[in-house]
Design a protein around this ligand. Structure first.
Ligand SMILES: [Ca+2]
Ligand SMILES: [Ca+2]
Length: 262
């Protein structure tokens, strides 16, 4: 058994992103550099880059990314996990503070604090790299996916002060036709509604995923209302992209907190 397997954080390709996180953010859990452009998946994910599409080098920047995952394969009782990933330069003292909170569309403007360090079994992993800065992963087991479902739609936000600069990140959680899903940036301003908690080998696979182009059309009670103006099946991991993908053009989705800081 490899390190991390027993706690649901197995990292098969050793790129510092656990397999369950790679599923959620659509990177390849068997390749430390999914798009083979010389920039590792961890750096591209934390920098809000395009890990599936070759891009330019990233600045030596202080960054934060929040990701939500569901249970690992065959572990349906595992809790949903909030992952906070940090990348910074200049030593640990650069990370001056961070806080997380939950926003529910029914209570606009109210920030429900998530004091993550008070959760049981919070795990901290870190890696000091030669050229890519200090990497930190805070994994916070939250509630079961079933309990999480009762909060949907919701938005989990994180804010950190790193090197004197305030940076924000967030996760949007939605109920997409009965499946707890997170809105994952795909690159080029497009998004994928990625299921969490459905990591199972029995799903039919086509190595494609349904990628949406979204256009804001107004504000609703639950957040910003977007219309799906284009939908296209594209290659991504062992995922299924069915005929319903194209059929979703014209549908509307409400995104709590909008698409900012994803
Ligand atoms: Ca990995
Ligand atoms: Ca890359």
């Amino acid at each position: 058994m490899q390190a991390g397997e027993e706690d649901g954080l197995a990292d098969t390709d050793g790129d510092f992103l656990p397999d369950i996180v790679e599923w959620a953010v659509l990177t390849d859990p068997l390749s430390p550099d999914t798009d083979d452009d010389g920039i590792g998946d961890f750096v591209e994910v934390v920098q809000h880059g395009t890990p599936r599409h070759p891009g330019l080098g990233t600045a030596h920047d202080h960054e934060l990314r929040a990701v939500m995952t569901g249970p690992a394969p065959g572990q349906s009782n595992d809790p949903a996990m909030l992952h906070l990933f940090f990348r910074f330069f200049g030593g640990v003292s650069q990370l001056q503070s961070f806080r997380t909170w939950l926003e529910l569309p029914a209570y606009p403007g109210v920030q429900v604090p998530l004091d993550v360090l008070s959760f049981a079994n919070v795990q901290l992993r870190q890696r000091l790299t030669t050229n890519d800065g200090h990497w930190l992963h805070v994994a916070v087991p939250m509630v079961s996916e079933q309990v999480l479902r009762s909060f949907l739609p919701c938005s989990i936000r994180a804010e950190a002060t790193i090197g004197g600069t305030v940076t924000q990140a967030g996760v949007r959680l939605l109920d997409a036709k009965g499946v707890t899903s997170t809105l994952t940036p795909f690159g080029d301003g497009r998004f994928v509604l990625q299921s969490i908690g459905r990591l199972t080998a029995v799903l039919p696979v086509s190595n494609k995923v349904c990628v949406f182009t979204l256009e804001a059309v107004g504000q609703g009670q639950g957040g910003t209302l977007y219309q799906i103006v284009a939908a296209k099946c594209e290659d991504a991991n062992d995922l299924e992209c069915g005929p319903s993908c194209r059929g979703s053009v014209g549908e509307f989705i409400t995104v709590p907190g909008g698409l900012q800081n994803l």
